[in-house]
Write a protein that binds this ligand. Structure first.
Ligand SMILES: Cc1ncc(COP(=O)(O)O)c(C=O)c1O
Length: 448
């Protein structure tokens, strides 16, 4: 079907048919694209082709914490494009990227002090998994090939990330192509024990002992790494129970297994600290990051690595390549310049401090929805929250109806299944956070 709609400021019509949208019901989108075409953005708001203003309740896709159209970013991007627009990362480098590696390492927990750049969360995860394999191999433990992920985990769409991921729909179609030797911890979400918890649930720290079960099953000597999101974002803000991450850390250390925190969502302030590792006071061996580091404006990702892991690779002839891995756009200077501008704004405006203040505002607003009918759970941590709806007969239909009504009423929401997740920009005001939740209340009532 050919759908043509007006593009603002452009007298040509848009033909939506040739575009294959990612993670989208394409036919549904193309049947009525008009309300879903965004033409501009400023601060915490988008504007649609139809002229509606939408509050950006998920900071883009968890990636625009300092809001849209920030002049510091526009300026940094322009200046860098005029100075050094590209630089190969193989055998060469440039000042902005080198300084960014130092800056990211300084923000990371003590001991994690080397940074490998990629361009997305998916690439960052696959990079971390490869570093884990290489590390064990170089130490004479090539038998450690297994990766342990977690049910409901999301680690992107590369073959590695998909394999350690635990969201069933993302795996089904590709079930025959999973990397070998992967197993999964059980997830930590339990309606009976923790529904409507504020912040970290009191119940469930013991669920980390599931790792001991997998160690007993597979033998620690075959396990390279455990990868988890400290807070599971894409599955709908599943918050780690108290003590859970600490216990995972202990078990990994005991068995010589690397612990990777996938901080693609939680990194760079979403938890009110540079990384969730600091918020939860648990230090992994590697951290993957992406999204917020560049405010989502230029793609960038990476892995922060413990010193001795990096040093393990620094052997063999000094002129030899130590890790046969990298991307044409690793540490791209435009992305690096935008990352510096983003981090400058975060520092100067103490946005991590602001997240800590807004956390309480979001928590009390969102839990105030508990009295609404048809809700199964409300969760929150940092500047994130999620609501599970009682589904209609067709799973996901209620959340989609709320999403679509939201577009007409001034809010861009994120839904997966019957879960609605929120992660507003750090620059939001307390009033905007409260208004966002009140808009959601109206939508929930309208779409019972
Ligand atoms: C924890 C986590 N890891 C990896 C990814 C994949 O990132 P990308 O879409 O940039 O490949 C995401 C994306 O949402 C994520 O949330």
């Amino acid at each position: 079907m050919d759908q043509h709609i007006e593009a603002q400021g452009d007298d040509r019509q848009l033909n939506v048919e040739p575009y294959w949208l990612p993670f989208t019901a394409n036919r549904h989108f193309k049947a009525d694209p008009s309300p879903r075409i965004l033409v501009s953005a400023k601060g915490a708001y988008y504007r649609t082709a139809e002229g509606h203003e939408l509050f950006d309740s998920l900071s883009g896709l968890w990636c625009c914490p300092i809001g849209h159209g920030h002049p510091r970013i526009v300026e940094a991007l322009t200046r860098q494009a005029q100075t050094l627009d590209y630089c190969t990362a193989f055998q060469m480098s440039n000042p902005v990227t080198l300084r960014l590696a130092e800056r990211v390492a300084d923000m990371a927990p003590d001991g994690l002090d080397h940074v490998f750049f990629a361009n997305s969360g998916s690439e960052s995860v696959d990079t971390a998994l490869k570093i884990a394999l290489g590390y064990h191999r170089l130490r004479g433990e090539a038998g450690r090939f297994r990766m342990i992920g977690r049910e409901k985990g999301y680690h992107g769409v590369g073959f590695g990330g998909m394999s350690v991921g635990g969201m069933v729909a993302n795996r089904k179609m590709f079930a025959t192509a999973m990397i070998p030797g992967v197993d999964h911890l059980r997830h930590t979400h339990d309606y009976a024990e923790m529904a409507f918890s504020k912040g970290q649930p009191e119940w469930g720290g013991h669920l980390a002992d599931d790792l001991e079960r997998l160690v007993a099953l597979h033998d620690a000597a075959t396990i390279a790494a455990v990868i988890v999101e400290p807070v599971q974002g894409s599955a709908g803000v599943i918050v780690p129970p108290r003590g859970y991450l600490q216990r995972l850390r202990e078990i990994c250390t005991k068995h010589g297994i690397l612990l990777i925190f996938d901080e693609v969502i939680t990194g760079f302030g979403r938890m009110g600290a540079p990384f969730a590792a600091q918020r939860f006071d648990v230090i992994p061996d590697m951290i993957t990051f992406a999204k917020g580091i560049t405010n989502g404006i230029v793609p960038m990702g990476g892995v922060i690595v413990r010193k001795d892991i990096y040093e393990t690779f620094m052997q063999g002839p000094a002129g030899a390549v130590e890790l046969f891995h990298g991307y044409t756009y690793s540490g791209h200077p435009l992305a690096a310049a935008v990352a510096h501008a983003t981090l400058d704004v975060m520092e100067e405006e103490d946005l991590f401090g602001r997240v800590r203040e807004l956390e309480g505002v979001l928590e009390s607003a969102v839990h105030d929805l508990r009295s609404e009918t048809g809700l199964r759970d409300i969760r929150n941590i940092g500047l994130t929250a999620a609501i599970d709806l009682e589904p209609r007969s067709e799973p996901g239909a209620r959340a989609r109806a709320i999403f679509e009504r939201g577009l007409r009423e001034g809010i861009l929401l994120r839904f997966t299944g019957d879960t609605i997740a929120m992660g507003p920009p750090f620059i939001s005001t307390p009033d905007e956070i409260r208004r966002m939740v009140e808009m959601l209340r109206g939508l929930i009532r309208a779409e019972r």
